[in-house]
Design a binder for this molecule. Structure first.
Ligand code: PBG
Length: 330
């Protein structure tokens, strides 16, 4: 061990000026690290407020394209789209997910035509489409893993064919990465990326998202604990990661972010694979609301994102992407 003693070592020397702090900074955040999640819906209005997520809206297609253009101007080149589906289109099987005229497929085609260079990420999961709000189909009121896999495979193929560059299975069924990779390969879609929600925990931080996509009412008091991970576990996340890599995931993701950065660090250190983190709706809203109230300084958002980088994340899905990009650019 090197002895670091005072006053030979005064750590405050390199903290004395902003430019010095920049020179010795170990981690950085740039617009290259940010992915903007966007909510879309089949609606007349261009965009509608989401009360539980200040500054975030549900967009119709026209507004989605306008938003994407603004993001590109700010240097954000990746978007993840999430649909709010009309309740009359929901059923037990999530059938509307397989309609190539649904809002997500239309959005993917529209984005691909207008913004071929933008990275389009599509969630693979049934919960926006099911009337019970679960990510899979039910048998005897249990989420049926293997039945669900067949549907996820079909959904994934449709999303890739509609123009998704990246498929993001977010449902936590066992074996989903494997079946999705198989269907992609057997249809010649060899370059479609799988960004697996590898360590997705059964978390209460998803509340505002479920409001935003309208699945909260469908789900009611039911929990997703029989498929999403127990937040007590870390080894299990490593096990999931090993399996996802084996099954064909290109990128793995941890979700939520802030309270789970030990998981990000452990995965990145052990597997050296591209590792993303999702700063989820609840985390965003907690910070954003406190900033709006004046209880926290607005820099807290950038701090929370940079800490994700420090933990080892290569990129971050965050609702604050656009806002932070404009700060980084100014
Ligand atoms: C759906 C899905 C969820 C999120 C992303 N995809 C919610 C859930 O699993 O209930 C959460 C995102 C967020 O809270 O920002 N499978």
């Amino acid at each position: 061990m090197i002895k670091r003693t005072y006053p030979q070592s005064r750590l405050r020397r390199t903290r004395a000026k902003g430019y010095l702090r920049d020179l010795v900074a170990e981690n950085h955040l740039s617009t290259n690290d940010l992915i903007q999640p966007i909510f879309i819906a089949d609606q007349q209005e261009m965009k509608i407020d989401i009360p539980s997520m200040p500054g975030i809206y549900r967009h119709n297609l026209e507004s989605l394209y306008a938003e994407t253009e603004e993001l590109i101007k700010q240097g954000i080149k990746s978007v993840a789209i999430f649909p709010a589906i009309d309740s009359d289109k929901k059923d037990a099987q999530g059938s509307h997910a397989f309609d190539d005229k649904n809002i997500v497929c239309s959005a993917l085609r529209g984005l691909a035509e207008r913004f071929p260079e933008v990275i389009k990420i599509a969630d693979v999961a049934l919960d926006p489409y099911t009337d019970h709000g679960h990510d899979g189909v039910l048998s005897d009121s249990r989420v049926d893993n293997d039945q669900t896999l067949k549907l996820l495979q079909e959904q994934a193929l449709l999303l890739a064919q509609s123009g998704a560059d990246v498929l993001a299975p977010s449902d936590m069924m066992d074996g989903r990465v494997k079946v999705i990779r198989n269907i992609l390969e057997s249809n010649g879609l060899v370059d479609t990326i799988i960004l697996s929600y590898t360590a997705k925990y059964a978390s209460s931080f998803y509340g505002p998202f479920r409001e935003a996509v309208g699945s909260a009412a469908n789900l009611g008091k039911a929990s997703k604990k029989t498929y999403q991970m127990n937040f007590a576990n870390l080894d299990e996340a490593l096990h999931e990661t090993a399996m996802d890599i084996q099954e064909g995931a290109d990128i793995v993701m941890v979700k939520p972010g802030t309270a789970y950065l030990d998981v990000v660090h452990a995965i990145k250190s052990k597997f050296q694979i591209p590792t993303f983190v999702y700063q989820v709706s609840g985390e965003y809203s907690m910070l954003k609301l406190s900033i709006e109230k004046g209880w926290l300084d607005k820099d807290v958002m950038l701090e929370s994102l940079l800490c994700c980088k420090r933990a080892g994340a290569d990129a971050i899905l965050t609702y604050a992407a656009k806002q932070i990009a404009s700060e980084l650019n100014s």
